[in-house]
Design a protein around this ligand. Structure first.
Ligand code: ADP
Length: 630
């Protein structure tokens, strides 16, 4: 990430304009409330200053009772009115702003839902997202800061306009010639005072920005630090599963040490050193300059009043407006600096929002065959995960999860896929379901490359129970059906098929029982085996022509497992089934078995054929297990 001082203006403009665009699209009311509030809150002090000055001038001048009464009344009324309007608008603005986090989060959630699976699966995206959220929540940098900056920018502009308007007469009013102070009328003197006014407005915030720019330089470290904190924070606060292991393996020390070692925020960190040193220096210079230059302007105002150019009331008016003007200009420059310092953080947000959908989306409709006559073919398919690259002498080299896989299976077939951990079985399923596309070769459905089919339609052909399946914190019925409205009888029947009938009967709220406690305090915590049955029921409910079961009984007890096998044929009916299992005895009922080893299919055939090949992988795997049953 570039350091903030080297960020060109064009880039600052580009990212801030995009950020404004983002908010214009997601929270237009925020702009309306900010503009109205800014107008009223920035002009309110001037209204008070203006009328109070006139009142004091009247008291110190002609002191007409009737005029004084009228001015006091107008001052009181306008001040109260502005205060009221300001308070009401602030309430509105705060209410709108309170929803900004939610709206922004909603945009990121939408992005993740729409993203190609390969990008969601890539650690880069989730890393980037957690960095973005932490930058916002911890240091306040990122998209939401832009709203705050818009408010500051707008208020500053109104303040500057009001200040200029009220201080014009400071320069145009004349000191009488008598009294020896007529040099105050000299254009050079006026120019010098004006220059001091400008200097107070410009130099002080410039130095303040210089101090702030160190945050931009720190962005990379801060991002890493935030990631470390959130990793450890998340484990400690939110991950109940890990809390168990941290205790049983006594990992507390390791945990604390790692956290301290990676800490980029401690008192020895760069930002702490800078705060004590260079940032502190720039801050001090900033306030010294501000005081020195405004002092010159105050002196000019007092001398002019003393020489009789205007009354005591106008002194308060000019001092008030010059102070406000300097404050407005300072805020303007400070905000501009902040907008520049915010660029690295905005870049991160747009890096994520800009991730394109690269997967080819075909338009062919999948022929809905009532005979379910589909044929799948893998033709020389090779694949490596985007995140798997290894460094070698010549640079990076991809590590293939699948290499030259060719395979054909037909409707109604039961295909078992076996092999050791990491041999590529799940990867093959991910390619089959188009969660990823092959890097080389092609997968064909009825002779046509699957990329050419309409993506959603193609997806609808598969019911998959993944090895690391996940259920949602919604009701049991919604989990099985995948929607809020569903056929209750069919959901119950699928749960029964999957062996969940007894448990369902014991649930007071039946299908409306909420799973887990995310949303309902009386939600049920289910065991791994129960969850697996629900996942199987979900696959049955989808009723697709292909059913893929990846270690579907890993979490089941022996009795439940035996029940599932006994019912396997009724469960699958006429569907084409792909069945991955380490339990080789359970693959025997499959027509054919593909044996995977190191990303390749090394054997293919029926159990009887394969078990005879004594030098084959299947024989080795089969006997490794069989010896315990012998
Ligand atoms: P199996 O299902 O046979 O246990 P997988 O298909 O899950 O094996 O994995 C095959 C290889 O791909 C393994 O080396 C694994 O580490 C790697 N792999 C699996 N998933 C990912 C992923 N999301 N990103 C990077 N590598 C992965």
């Amino acid at each position: 990430m570039k350091q903030s001082k080297s960020i060109p203006l064009k880039t600052v403009w580009y990212y801030n304009r995009r950020a404004f665009g983002f908010w214009w699209k997601t929270a237009r009311a925020a702009f309306a409330s900010t503009v109205l509030y800014g107008l009223v809150s920035a002009s309110a002090p001037y209204v008070t200053i203006y009328f109070t000055a006139r009142l004091i001038n009247e008291i110190g001048g002609s002191a007409r009772a009737e005029v004084m009464f009228r001015l006091a009344l107008v001052t009181l009324l306008t001040t109260s009115l502005f205060s009221l309007a300001e308070a009401a608008l602030k309430r509105w603005k705060n209410a709108v702003y309170a929803s900004l986090h939610y709206r922004e989060h909603g945009e990121f959630v939408r992005k993740f839902m729409d993203m190609d699976f390969c990008d969601v699966d890539h650690p880069y995206s989730s890393d980037l997202y957690s960095q973005i959220m932490q930058n916002e929540n911890w240091d306040g940098w990122g998209l939401r800061r832009v709203q705050e900056q818009f408010e500051n920018l707008f208020t500053a502009l109104v303040t500057i306009a009001g200040g200029l308007l009220l201080s014009v007469t400071l320069f145009t009013s004349k000191v009488p010639d008598a009294g020896g102070l007529s040099f105050l009328n000299h254009p050079l003197c006026l120019a010098a005072v004006f220059a001091a006014m400008l200097a107070a407005a410009v130099f002080s915030p410039l130095f303040s920005n210089k101090a702030g720019s160190y945050w931009g330089k720190y962005a990379k470290d801060a991002t890493f630090g935030n990631r470390v904190f959130s990793y450890f924070g998340f484990i400690a606060e939110a991950e109940r599963e890990r809390a168990m292991e941290i205790r049983t393996y006594g990992q507390e020390q390791l945990f604390r040490r790692k956290m301290q070692a990676e800490n980029t925020f401690g008192h020895k960190s760069k930002i702490a050193l800078w705060s004590r040193g260079i940032m502190g220096f720039y801050q001090s210079v900033s306030s010294i300059l501000s005081r020195a230059f405004t002092g010159i302007v105050y002196l000019f105002v007092c001398l002019k009043a003393w020489a009789g150019a205007f009354g005591a009331g106008s002194v308060t008016r000019y001092i008030g407006s010059v102070t406000a003007l300097a404050g407005g200009a300072a805020a303007l420059i400070r905000t501009a600096g902040e907008m520049r310092n915010n660029v690295p953080y905005l870049k991160m947000a747009f890096e994520l929002l800009d991730i394109p959908n690269r997967m080819y989306q075909g338009s062919l409709t999948v022929e809905k065959r009532s005979d379910r006559n589909y044929e799948i073919e893998f033709r020389n398919v090779s694949f490596h995960y985007p995140a798997s690259e290894s460094e070698d002498g010549d640079g990076t080299e991809e590590i293939y999860a699948l290499k030259n896989v060719s395979l054909k299976f037909k409707i109604g077939e039961r295909l078992a896929v076996v092999g050791q951990n990491g041999s590529g079985k799940t990867t093959m399923i991910k390619l089959l379901c188009r969660l990823y596309d092959p890097k080389e070769g092609e997968i064909l459905l009825n002779g046509i490359d699957i990329r050419k089919y309409n993506y959603r339609e193609y997806m609808s052909l598969f019911s998959v129970v993944f090895q690391d399946f996940k259920l949602l914190g919604f009701s049991l019925g919604e989990n099985v059906a995948g929607s809020e409205t569903y056929d209750k009888n069919r959901v119950s029947a699928c749960l029964k098929e999957a062996g969940f009938a007894d448990r369902l009967a014991g649930m007071e709220k039946g299908l409306d029982t909420c799973l887990y406690k995310n949303f309902e305090p009386d939600g049920v915590e289910i065991s791994g085996g129960e969850a697996q049955k629900i996942a199987i029921a979900r696959a049955l409910y989808k009723d697709s022509p292909f059913i893929v079961l990846d270690e579907p009984t890993a979490a089941l007890d022996p009795i439940a497992e035996a029940e599932i096998y006994a019912k396997f044929n009724t469960l699958i009916q006429d569907k084409t089934a792909v069945y991955i299992s380490h339990r080789l005895s359970s693959c025997r009922f499959c027509d054919r078995i593909a044996v995977f080893d190191k990303g390749q299919i090394v054997q293919f055939g029926s159990h009887e054929e394969l078990v005879k090949q004594t030098d084959g992988k299947y024989y080795e795997l089969w006997h490794a297990q069989a010896q315990y049953y012998a």
